[in-house]
Design a protein around this ligand. Structure first.
Ligand code: CUA
Length: 649
């Protein structure tokens, strides 16, 4: 209400009075040029009146947030928290020029093993490529939790370039991470599988199709210098795996993942039976060695993919609080923190102690042949709140732990060597940051790398309830921005995003702006517009240009039932001059950016006159930018109706 009154007062009394009123309240700045001098000490108050281009000048990070069941990615600026773009990934989105009318897109959305088209997905963990453990701005990857797929996006064009479908696996891929140099990506199959008989026989662990248990795997993908992905190995074993990290620094050469269903149950109650579950430490070199030694089989579906048994590699189990979820490695690579989401505990593991315990065979037992390390020798617990989820790190020796049930984030001082930097008692809470409301993931820019940028924390809240204006029963998510350079950390901004954003990564703006493509490169020779009729294949090939305010050709005829292939080239080189191609009567709606070339395909199933028109308000003659596809019954067709004949006549 206070906010509403203030806005009304601004409108009534004019700028000068309003500015004074706002200054007294101390919530907004009267400063026009800089955001740093507002009364009340807020460095984040927006200037008034708003100078043009303010957000472009003040944003420090790009944030790439996965859209969850939306299927794609959102891009926003930070600290402005202004939505900039969307990147369609596993979803079709005509507004962003991503539809199955484009054969390249359709191919990415088609499972190569079955030929089935999938136009939805569940993007979960964005992973920016890295060099020496630090974001390098080359690519952005994201996984699909529903199906085992990884997509790679180009950070110059903000477009998906490649989708890799993981072979042999009917289940979804949840945990997803990169090695310190993005030559290796790893993914966890969370939802247990009942794979082909050849794999079940080879893995040789009890399975039952109806009652369970099932088996699962962790997948390693090789990434070429050009960014192409290929499955390098799959290690199958008795358990499912949830989140995963590839170590760096002190944990270089290790892969660590959580398993919340070590019970191997098929229902919720069964998955809670044990008091503790496991974090697994995998020696990556031992997986490579098993492959090199030929200790694997391949499947009929994927003759190039080594299927390795967990019992042929070096893997160790470390007990972890009940039903762990978050698993995150600190910037030195020394500590891995895992949260027992059904407890109040976060367990920190010291890799130096883990390695020592393995070397000294300090095991308390084994399960399925996997040695279980004595937890007292390698780990300690932080007991500080209910429902811990994820963990991120800053550059000052602190971690940030999200609590779903408590609806807050605890800032915790890390152990040695960080204590020399922050001077705090290790593993103690130094700040409790409230959230609105239930915390899912959280993000510090670079907070999952060897060199976090720090400064800001974004808490990605679920169940945001009454945070924003009501908008129906399906409520948006809430990305909350906090300043973590001070204690207590003040809330800077809240940002609604459509459901259900999952995780995000923040990267300094320079790494993106220096490569951002504003128009595509035109080919050296633009093919002349024209229409070619292929009487053998019954295909009409249309080569079409789009430039303000014409499509050329602006008319062509098609014998009914024939296929149509439109090669569409936007030959504009002007910034922001995207055109569209929407075809009435048919389900075709595409965007085409300046300089871009796209192929669109359709079958001319019904006769009549169908206008195609430009979708984007590109000029004053935007509405006139249109043309006709005329579909004529094949029996009435003659070559005199070819475009070139009509044009000549
Ligand atoms: Cu082109 Cu509107």
């Amino acid at each position: 209400m206070l906010q509403n009154k203030k806005i009304r007062r601004t409108a009534l009394c004019g700028a000068a009075i309003a500015m004074c009123a706002l200054t007294i309240i101390g919530l907004q700045s009267c400063d026009q040029g800089s955001a740093a001098s507002a009364p009340g000490g807020s460095a984040y108050a927006r200037p008034f009146p708003m100078p043009h281009g303010y957000w472009k000048k003040t944003d420090e990070f790009y944030c790439f947030a996965s859209g969850g069941q939306q299927g794609g990615m959102y891009v926003y600026g930070m600290p402005s928290m202004k939505l900039l773009s969307e990147i369609p990934v596993f979803n079709v989105d005509p507004a962003w020029g991503w539809t199955t009318s484009n054969p390249e897109v359709k191919e990415m959305m088609t499972n190569p093993a079955t030929g089935e088209l999938f136009i939805s997905g569940d993007t979960h963990h964005p992973v920016l490529s890295r060099t020496d453990g630090v974001y390098d701005g080359r690519w952005l990857f994201v996984n699909d939790k529903r199906n085992a797929r990884i997509a790679r996006m180009n950070l110059a064009t903000f477009r998906t370039e490649e989708v890799h479908w993981v072979e042999n696996v009917p289940g979804g891929l949840h945990g997803f991470n990169s090695g310190p140099n993005t030559e290796l990506l790893v993914g966890n199959i969370e939802l247990e599988s009942y794979p082909s008989k050849e794999i079940r026989d080879y893995v040789d662990v009890d399975t039952d199709m109806i009652n369970g248990p099932y088996i699962s795997c962790v997948v390693g993908l090789e990434v070429s210098p050009e960014g192409h992905m290929k499955t390098a190995w799959q290690v199958w074993g008795p358990w499912q795996y949830d989140l995963v990290r590839v170590g760096w620094g002190e944990s270089d050469g290790w892969m660590i993942n959580t398993a919340y269903n070590t019970e191997r149950s098929v229902n919720t109650v069964g998955m809670f039976k044990r008091p503790e579950d496991y974090v697994f430490y995998w020696n990556l070199a031992s997986i490579e060695k098993a492959v090199a030694d030929g200790k694997y089989i391949t499947s009929e579906e994927a003759p190039d993919v080594p299927i390795v048994r967990w019992s042929d590699v070096d893997v160790y189990a470390a007990p972890c609080p009940l039903n762990p979820h978050g698993l995150d490695i600190d910037p030195t690579g020394r500590y891995a923190l895992s949260s027992g989401k059904a407890t109040t505990l976060i367990r920190y593991y010291d890799i130096n102690k883990v390695v020592k315990a393995i070397e000294g065979q300090k095991f308390v037992g084994e399960e399925y042949g996997v040695p279980v390390i004595n937890k007292d020798l390698i780990s300690g617990d932080i007991d500080t709140g209910l429902g811990p989820t994820h963990i991120e790190y800053d550059n000052e020796g602190y971690c940030y732990i999200g609590f779903f049930v408590d609806s807050d984030v605890k800032k915790v001082a890390l152990g040695a060597p960080w204590d020399k930097k922050h001077g705090k008692e290790p593993w103690t809470v130094v700040d409790t940051i409230p959230a609105h409301y239930s915390v899912g993931h959280l993000m510090v820019p670079g907070g999952d790398t060897a060199e976090p940028y720090g400064k800001y924390l974004v808490i990605m809240n679920k169940l945001t309830k009454d945070t924003f204006l009501p908008h129906g029963p399906l409520v948006c998510e809430n990305h909350e921005l906090y300043d973590i350079e001070t204690i207590p950390a003040p809330l800077i901004d809240q940002m609604p995003l459509p459901p259900e954003t999952h995780y995000a990564q923040g990267i300094p703006v320079e790494l993106i702006t220096e490569q951002a493509k504003l128009v595509y490169d035109l080919p050296s020779e633009i093919p002349p517009p024209g229409v070619v009729y292929d009487y053998d294949e019954k295909v009409v090939h249309v080569t079409m240009t789009a430039v303000r305010s014409f499509f050329t050709p602006d008319m062509f005829t098609v014998p009914q039932g024939w296929d149509v292939q439109v090669e569409l080239q936007n030959i504009e080189m002007s910034l922001d001059m995207t055109h569209g191609w929407a075809l009435t009567g048919y389900d075709i709606m595409e965007s085409i950016d300046p300089g871009e070339h796209k192929t669109l395909t359709l079958t001319a199933t019904h006769e009549g006159v169908f206008w195609y028109y430009c979708l984007w308000f590109c000029s004053e003659l935007h509405m006139e930018m249109r043309g006709r596809m005329i579909v004529i019954p094949e029996a009435d067709w003659s070559p005199s109706l070819e475009w070139s004949a009509l044009k000549a006549g």
